[in-house]
Design a protein around this ligand. Sequence first.
Ligand code: V55
Ligand code: FE
Length: 477
Amino acid sequence: MTERFPESPQFTGHNAPCRIECDIRDLVVEGTLPDDMQGTWYRSVPDPQYPPMLGDDVYLSGDGMVSAFRFEAGHVDLRMRYVQTERWLNERAARRSLHGRYRNPFTDDPSVRGKGRGVANTTPLYHAGRLIALKEDSRGWELDPQTLETLGEFDFGGKLRSQTMTPHPRIDPQTGELFFFGYEAGGVATRDVAYCVADAAGELQREQWFEAPFCALMHDFVVTKEHAIFPCFPITADLDRLRQGGPHWVWEPELGSRIGIMPRHGDVAEMRWFTAPACSGFHYINAFTDGSLVHVDMSLTDVPVFPFIRTDSGLRIEQYEVHGALERWTFDLADPVDRIGRRVIGPSGDLPRLADSDAMSDYEILYYERYDPSIGPPITTGAVGPGFNALTRLEVKTGRMTTLPMSPRATLQEAVHIRSERRGHEGYLAFVVDLHDEDLSEVFIVEAQNLSLGPIARIKVPMRLRSGVHGTWVARR
Ligand code: V55
Ligand code: FE
């Protein structure tokens, strides 16, 4: 390869492509790993195989790399493998990038017209013994949970009709059912949404299609014991714009926001679309139903958090000018008038996680990441710009907050929650720390109820790990 990666923020510094597939047995551990921490932590990481065909590209286009930290009897092993998607294989054979703009197939090299362009770079889903790497513009790719070998595109044994699958499926911790959806389910820029339920054995039980109010970036959704809640914030796609080589997403605040709520085992015809002012949200935190009330917690900003979407929309707003908060929206299904109760539950931040067992019910504690300028100046890493520098534990009902700040030259990635076998123990959080001066990475393990005490164990990684998106903990059984 003679062509170089661009000198842009998405490809330099901590964002420089890593491209390393590896097996490291016994990473160096400082401190002691809890003996009830046994299992595998999978992370999905965008990591471009080749320099972008059109000179530059966004972070979200990077080829999916899955890293697996395997914890066993106080030891940690690391394995990293690319997801061998159709796109990855085609580019590998050509020894160059063949795909153009982010989610615009009309800008691709003619040799890959009509071929799969998904990169499987967002979430490693583990359900019914299967590991599936997800990206919302396409179907998932199944991997061997042990070897990370790519087994093929995943379509529930030929049953799934949707062409896409969200990277935020929701698992009911009691029933083991998997709830998910796909947007642009019938093709690029369509309003088709497929709402699907699989049983605990991973069998697709139901797939229903409906039309969203507009073709929106529906990154996430959320499910309660009774309802499924779909977001429609006004970041929209348009087929003509794509045909002309334009951006996939544009911010259209004049459309306002719509939130769809339906019974989770009901018919999509029962969907009620609530109307709200324009805002941008990527991640729902959790939701629960209480009688006729549906409470939905989410991370919101006033304009899209991704700089490339603002630029493509002609919006001149710097990252520090984007404002947001964690909010609880309450919908009353018994009220024929759309009234949404809104309450701020925490300061702006993202990548919210909670104990898997707390999903879908009234809960107490969430963990998330913030950028706090009092800790240090912004450091570019990952998809958005400034990396997070503070891990936060928030007691949702009281607003009580504890924070673990990083050192001024470090940022942190998404924390995953690991449950403890000990009675009354809140469990652990694991997250990658980016060490910008050393050009290396570490993993911190903290006790969830004592996170401000700092790491009880630090796992040394002998290279820089590119910023991941989401991760999943799979306890050893
Ligand atoms: C997001 C992430 C994506 C994507 C679209 O976090 C939205 C939001 C990692 O890829 O393609
Ligand atoms: Fe996400």
